[in-house]
Design a protein around this ligand. Sequence first.
Ligand code: UGA
Length: 435
Amino acid sequence: MRVTVVGTGYVGLVSGTCFSEFGHEIICVDKDADKIERLKAGEIPIYEPGLDQLVEKNVREERLHFTTDLAEAVPGSDAVFIAVGTPSRRGDGHADLSYVYAAAEEIASLLEGYTVVVTKSTVPVGTGREIEKLISNIRPEADFDVASNPEFLREGAAIEDFMRPNRIVIGTDSARAREIMRDLYRPLYLNETPIVNTARETSELIKYASNAFLATKISFINEIADLCEVLGADVQDVARGMGLDKRIGPKFLHAGPGYGGSCFPKDTLALLRTGELNQVPLKIVEAVVDVNRERKLKMADRIIEACGGSVEGKKIAVLGLAFKPNTDDMRESPALDIIPVLQQNGAEVHAFDPAAMEEARNYLTDIRYASSPYDAMDGADALVIVTEWNEFRALDLKRVKSLLNSPLLVDLRNIYAKANPAAEGFDYYGVGKGR
Ligand code: UGA
């Protein structure tokens, strides 16, 4: 099969590369000439474990191609995926669809033979219908369907998630489009991956409802963590005790500094906006968003409190800047709320992150970036863990203690909670740990 993927951001690049690994001929298109040149040279613009080898292999085997020219790609394609960005629109929080519609317009003029146009980007319910109208207006004679096929990739585990998904969701009423989608995902069909064949609107909503529900689990456990601290209970044990109930499940019940990233914050806001526009109040999602917003800010106060009520003139070591491990993505990272508040209160911040320091420079100022976790904490008055990178899980606590000015450990991800750092002489603050 021949497939065009429009947009070589996170979703487009991972999806295109994985489809080529399935044996299809994939042409990835992006307007950014510099990015396309770098991709052709084997340079991957994002940090995603395993992606570079997969791109290199499929380019070498001539199944994966990159171009800036849609006209080289779309004519003769069986499917054209729209995987361009849908950022939050300033002001009302709704998804900004200008890139999606611009791509659809260009695709319309190039369609040749029957083609399925597929939305892979997360788009509000009803977008597929709008794209269909738009293409029909430009090319009334075009032979095409518009299907929805949302992605459920996690950054840092995107290839695994694509190759071994929990489910594939395909939204279209057209049997012809469904057949093409089945051929495209053939290796996964053979694998007995569950397929949800449904209407386009339903498929679009599944994506938002899934992300909003996962965000709900996180805000829920974060509120329970606050309660644990007051009651003297342990949130990790509460989460384990809850999660063993198969109806609840153990995942996404890790209390922490709040969710970040490019998806949950944006998608929850967009879902709220869809509710508003349709006069259906989504009170739970609204609360989830509020709890998370407040939580990120509250974390800085918690650090200041642990430092005895003031960080004025203190040196604070921060481990982890990315919104989660295995990515260099800083978007909506809790670190972006925490660090400026510490600085406004007179703290000097020394930070280390295994992948996100370069990216962090675009968001944060006046930080000293350290060359290792130990370098960051040398002479610091407190050590704060913001992101649970694996390399922070096995620090030599004796060395940590000897490097720190005072043995204060604020662990916003609870990675040391079970190691009992208090026994090693640390003044230890976890999350949701009654003291
Ligand atoms: C999320 C979803 O997990 C993917 O299924 C979805 O495809 C993707 O959004 C998307 O819409 O594109 P991602 O944002 O990469 O993926 O990251 P997650 O692993 O879901 O983590 C999101 C945030 O929640 C992180 O800040 C993480 O630290 C936080 N989190 C996660 C918690 O605080 N506690 C948890 O128990 C789990």
